[in-house]
Design a binder for this molecule. Structure first.
Ligand code: ATP
Length: 270
């Protein structure tokens, strides 16, 4: 229906008034938004302009604000302090297993509660009788020299007489549990033995036998005659040759291959 003349004039004047007011309305709305934004920033304890960029010496970008309780955003200084503590303790990691350095391993045994790789408590207890069937006769072992020291005690190089007396004697490494070991230390020793016995890999030392019928308990291991650390130090002048010939890479691959086997059996070497 066409508008009558008077109505058309009123509509035109309203339209021109609205067009004149529009920039003012938009500017006012923007101003209100800006004020709310600034007030919000100033009231928030963690995002305040004072803290922007730096808080406790740590750049804010390094922090996460996930899972902060609502009260974190209160400006009350006590709450703010508590929440800050909550925030510091926000990331919780599982405890790592205890690891004893070589230096600590040299401490008297009563000061180091267990070997590094067994963590805290052993649940498995062994029935010694089960091990004695394959016991090696310790009277066939001839000790030569000490070659190392670990949590369990000394490691000695020795010779063993083969069951066939015509065979030459074999060199072995003998891990000797110290004689005054406690029952739990005996148990750790047997756990280590069981662990070593489960591993069958060309890059992992073989267990040759054990002597468990009396103290000291012994584990006979394949002897490593090469000292890798000494070899690497002595070979410093041939470094490039070792790299180019692929020797170092082969060593690394062999170590990784042995570790892979250990991991497949459910163990971690530390
Ligand atoms: N089969 C071996 N052949 C040659 N040397 C060995 C052999 N086994 C151990 N050793 C030497 O004896 C040292 C002590 O070995 P051992 O296995 O008792 O302790 P570890 O592996 O050093 O750690 P831990 O004290 O936790 O048992 C080694 O660092 C190494 O020098």
């Amino acid at each position: 229906v066409p508008l009558r003349k008077g109505s058309q004039a009123r509509f035109d004047s309203l339209q021109s008034d609205f067009t004149a007011l529009l920039p003012g309305v938009v500017a006012g709305a923007l101003l209100v938004c800006f004020v709310i934004l600034v007030a919000g920033c100033l009231c928030c304890p963690y995002h305040s302009l004072k803290n922007l960029g730096q808080s406790n010496g740590i750049a804010l970008s390094q922090k996460t604000y996930y899972n902060l309780p609502r009260s974190s955003f209160e400006s009350d200084p006590i709450h703010s302090q508590l929440n800050r503590q909550f925030y510091e303790a926000e990331v919780q990691f599982d405890r790592l297993p205890e690891i004893h350095s070589r230096k600590q391993s040299d401490l008297p045994v009563d000061r180091v509660p267990h070997p590094a790789y067994f963590g805290q408590v052993l649940s498995k207890q062994f029935v010694l009788q089960e091990w004695l069937d394959n016991n090696f006769n310790r009277h066939h072992i001839h000790y030569l020299k000490e070659i190392g020291n670990g949590w369990f005690g000394k490691v000695v190089e020795g010779e063993v007489q083969q069951s066939d007396e015509d065979q030459p004697q074999s060199r072995v490494a003998i891990k000797i549990l110290h004689e005054d070991a406690s029952p739990s230390q005996h148990n750790y020793f047997l756990n280590e033995l069981e662990f070593l016995r489960k591993l069958h890999h060309p890059n992992i030392l073989r267990v040759i036998g054990q002597c468990l019928e009396e103290d000291p308990f012994l584990i006979l291991l394949e002897l490593v005659s090469v000292d890798l650390k000494k070899f690497l130090i002595d070979s410093q002048s041939k470094r490039e040759f070792l790299v180019e010939s692929g020797s170092l890479l082969r060593m690394a691959v062999n170590v990784a291959s042995g570790l892979w086997h250990i991991h497949e059996q459910g163990f971690i070497h530390m």
